[in-house]
Design a protein around this ligand. Structure first.
Ligand code: NI
Length: 193
């Protein structure tokens, strides 16, 4: 069963590895990722946010299960990015935290769909922002790393997340770094080898 992980879980800092294969188990996990994204009222979710070290993300700019378009990007690479624009962002792995992030206005992304077809998309606006946020996740980068005002409020918020994480770990609800690394390796051997 997949679970949303929050900052500062180490898998969020893991640079995801490209997929070499897709199977029914992975399709099932992608369905679950959409479910988790909708439950938490998100518009995008990267695999490492559910503790999977795989280079894929899901998105639906509408944020609603029955509207908009469900998008799956396997092995996404941003090939071209132009213009800059600032807007507020949040992240399901840092709930309640928002901040202004400068992004490119338009991106050209190369990826694969679930049925193995190559996707070459040129997008701008909200979807371009989502794609940049999610590709960052897959590279182990969080929106707080790019936030404008990294002042005292951010430090306080992050300290809150860090205290919560330390407590969960103390209670045994989150595995040690060594066990998490072993679990990631199992997924890498299965899908990336
Ligand atoms: Ni995020």
């Amino acid at each position: 069963m997949l679970q949303l992980i929050q900052y500062p879980h180490p898998t969020l800092r893991f640079a995801s590895k490209p997929l070499a294969r897709v199977d029914d188990q992975l399709r099932g996990m992608i369905d679950l990722m959409f479910q988790i994204m909708y439950e938490h009222r998100g518009v995008g979710l990267a695999a490492n946010q559910v503790n999977l070290p795989l280079r894929l993300f899901v998105a639906n700019p509408s944020g609603e299960k029955d509207s908009g378009q469900e998008l799956v990007f396997l092995n996404p690479v941003i090939q071209k990015a132009t213009g800059t624009i600032e807007a507020e962002e949040g992240c399901l792995s840092l709930p309640g935290l928002n901040g202004v992030v400068k992004r490119n206005k338009a991106v050209q992304v190369n990826a694969y769909s679930m049925d193995g077809k190559e996707i070459n998309l040129k997008v701008e606006g909200f979807l371009a922002r989502i794609i940049q946020h999610e590709v960052d996740h897959l590279d182990g980068v969080l929106f707080i790393d790019r936030m404008f005002d990294q002042g005292e409020i951010l430090a306080e918020d992050l300290a809150g997340f860090e205290a919560r994480f330390a407590k969960l770990r103390q209670e045994g609800q989150i595995s040690t770094d060594e066990i998490l690394a072993e679990q990631r390796q199992v997924w890498l051997d299965k899908y990336c080898g």
